[in-house]
Ligand binder design. Sequence first.
Ligand SMILES: Nc1ncnc2c1ncn2[C@@H]1O[C@H](COP(=O)(O)OP(=O)(O)OP(=O)(O)O)[C@@H](O)[C@H]1O
Ligand SMILES: [Mg+2]
Length: 322
Amino acid sequence: MTQDEPSPNPMPALGARRFLFVTGKGGVGKTTVCAALAMKLAARGQRVLIAMCNTKERLSAILGTRPIKDEIAEVSPNVWAVNISPERALEEYGGIVLKVRAITRAVFDNRYTKAFFRAVPGLYEWAILGKAWWHTTELLADGSNRFDVVLLDAPATGHGLDMLRVPKVILDVVPPGVLRRDAEAAWGMFRDPAQSGVLVVTLPEEMPATETIELVGAIRDELGLPVVGLVINGVLPALFSKVERDALLHDHGLLDVAAPRRTAGTGDSAIVAGARRAAREAVQAESLARLERSLDLPMVRLPFLFDEASTVAGTRILTAKL
Ligand SMILES: Nc1ncnc2c1ncn2[C@@H]1O[C@H](COP(=O)(O)OP(=O)(O)OP(=O)(O)O)[C@@H](O)[C@H]1O
Ligand SMILES: [Mg+2]
């Protein structure tokens, strides 16, 4: 497949799933993709919850809404969002298990308990992942789902994998009880490709492409979880053909760090700018080809946004491409 031939669009199948775990290298556009995908599904009439992992959230800027806190709030028709606080999630969970509010308070407000929780490996990850999953089980009074789809705007690569490892660890080490029962139900959903999947986001660049291929391998082989698709974000339109690129890249002087200054104000500055763009396009073409060759996944490409990045208008452009 060449740079100009987009892959088949995988998105129609995504909305059929109840839970999507969106991950990828830091800064590749996970939050941006969650926003665009939520708008897409919401426009089809699905009720979508975007759950964030206790992060300095930028989703509200992308969607043009009020800041998103640890309380679920509707941010757009059919789209809700929450920035999950693990402490609060644990307290809510404890409240369900312990039933009596005063006891819950006594347990969770206690500074020794807090220190203890912080020291239990994976507990905070589970508090976030478990809460996000739990929202797929909530029903409205009429028996319909409170949310049709939960999109978890998950942590970047390594931390995202750590988070996904936790339910399995709970199943392996925790004795039967409420915690184990929920982890079992969540793990059952996460492993079922009809109900759930991991959506990986990447950029058409060398390192992100390499990390993505490794990440997909780890999710599938180590965790045995379905990867439902790959979003290649920030794809530049190809201005040059391969022949033109090669011609521009042939003269290494054009890519020299000093070249822009040396040619400033002269006719050659356009050629230097062209060579730089050609170099970027060459890396992009190589990365796209490598991703397509290495991964047997539905892929969708999203365009690089120049002025509209992180804006409502930009989100609309990306939504239309999904
Ligand atoms: N298609 C795009 N074109 C141009 N800029 C983009 C695009 N998608 C995202 N960006 C920009 O890239 C930056 C990172 O995007 P975003 O916050 O969605 O990434 P992230 O993967 O969620 O990051 P983090 O790992 O920090 O959570 C933002 O400044 C955003 O505006
Ligand atoms: Mg993010």
